[in-house]
Design a protein around this ligand. Structure first.
Ligand SMILES: [Zn+2]
Length: 359
């Protein structure tokens, strides 16, 4: 099972789909959802919706969502010598950029490149400690002039991603690569849809592959208004602790220790309390490992969806991954398995609106 999930994540992380350029993931996910859902539709923004009707028309409606996009970059101009200036799509980490391999996404024929870095030999001690500001960084694609770069199809607005294929570590459970955030979530969503097709639940379920999360949680906000669910499960990644550069109390959770359940996103989401207890009871009943977390820094689509749709019980069922927003995000496949199992069982346990009453 885990090998299947790993191979599927490898396939989805190999797709290049930065914010606003999510089509490769949308197309692949749409095709797979068409196989296991009754109806699939796509809105103007690009959000993919897939529907499974439950066995009880009075049961709450459940929306399960994962975002399709990844962080990346965008060409802002081509210098006379053929180098590219660029801006960010979302929030890649500046410290990892110098020397980073990237792919410029020209339709049909991607152009490989590298973010330039000054030779260590000529840097002063002071300079060697500093990251250049973004507007001084550049991408070298091997072009010798702006005409040559333009002839390869590059222009202002061309998008760029990290290069970083999924690598299996010697530990059979741990892998790293680009855009584990959130292709792991997309794969979890597809696995959940297939499991619930075989074993329909009382609730009707709408699966949403959402766009534009990394620049302001935008697609899910539109989707929540469209679907008007009673219950929302957001499948996403969360920055992990457990590394030597973090105090244990900074991010007190780690990879390989179970699915992450958010009590709060301090900048937004307040997790619905009865839903939280339903999920806790489900995890306990099925021996699924979990870690409760209070996210003081990050937000997910659960925040925007909760704000957009109002009367909704929302929750994040996430996984930890180290080295967030680098080209080498490390995660533990067992956490993805726990995310899938818990979401499947919790959705099956949602049978009546009374379960969601707060008082
Ligand atoms: Zn994410």
């Amino acid at each position: 099972m885990s090998n299947n999930i790993r191979d599927r994540i490898a396939r989805y992380t190999a797709l290049d789909a930065p914010v606003g350029f999510e089509e490769p993931v949308l197309l692949a996910a749409r095709d797979e959802l068409t196989e296991c859902c009754e109806r699939v539709e796509v809105d103007l923004r690009g959000n993919v919706y897939a529907y499974q009707t439950g066995t009880d028309a009075n049961a709450p409606r459940v929306m399960i969502t994962a975002h399709a996009d990844e962080i990346g970059f965008m060409v802002t101009s081509i210098l006379a010598e053929g180098f590219l200036r660029f801006t960010k799509l979302g929030h890649p980490t500046d410290t990892v950029l110098p020397g980073q391999r990237v792919r410029v996404l020209v339709d049909g024929k991607p152009v490989e490149g590298v973010v330039g870095v000054k030779p260590a030999h000529i840097l002063s001690v002071e300079e060697a400690r500093q990251i250049p500001p973004l507007d001084e960084m550049y991408i070298d694609i091997g072009a010798t002039s702006d005409e040559e770069a333009a002839s390869w199809g590059i222009e202002a607005g061309t998008s760029i991603t990290y290069v970083g294929e999924l690598i299996q570590t010697r530990n059979e459970h741990r892998c790293f690569g680009k855009c584990v955030d959130n292709r792991a979530g997309i794969v979890a969503l597809l696995e959940i849809a297939q499991r619930l097709q075989d074993k329909p639940c009382a609730a009707s379920v709408v699966y949403v592959v959402a766009v534009e999360e990394e620049i302001g949680l935008r697609g899910a906000e539109v989707a929540a208004k469209h679907v008007e669910p009673d219950v929302l499960f957001v499948l996403d990644t969360v920055p992990s602790g457990g590394t030597p550069d973090l105090r244990p109390d900074e991010l007190p959770w780690d990879i390989g220790k179970g699915v992450l359940l958010k009590v709060r996103e301090v900048k937004g989401l307040s997790t619905h309390r009865p839903l939280r207890e339903l999920v806790r009871a489900t995890a306990d009943a099925h021996d699924i490992p979990y870690q409760w977390i209070v996210d003081t820094a990050g937000i997910t689509d659960a925040t925007s969806a909760q704000q957009a749709s109002g009367d909704i019980a929302a929750m994040v069922i996430g996984i930890a991954r180290r080295y967030a927003h680098s080209a080498s995000e490390m995660f533990d496949i067992r956490d993805v398995q726990a995310q899938i199992d818990l979401t499947v069982h919790a959705t099956s346990h949602i049978t009546s609106t009374e379960q969601l009453n707060r008082v």
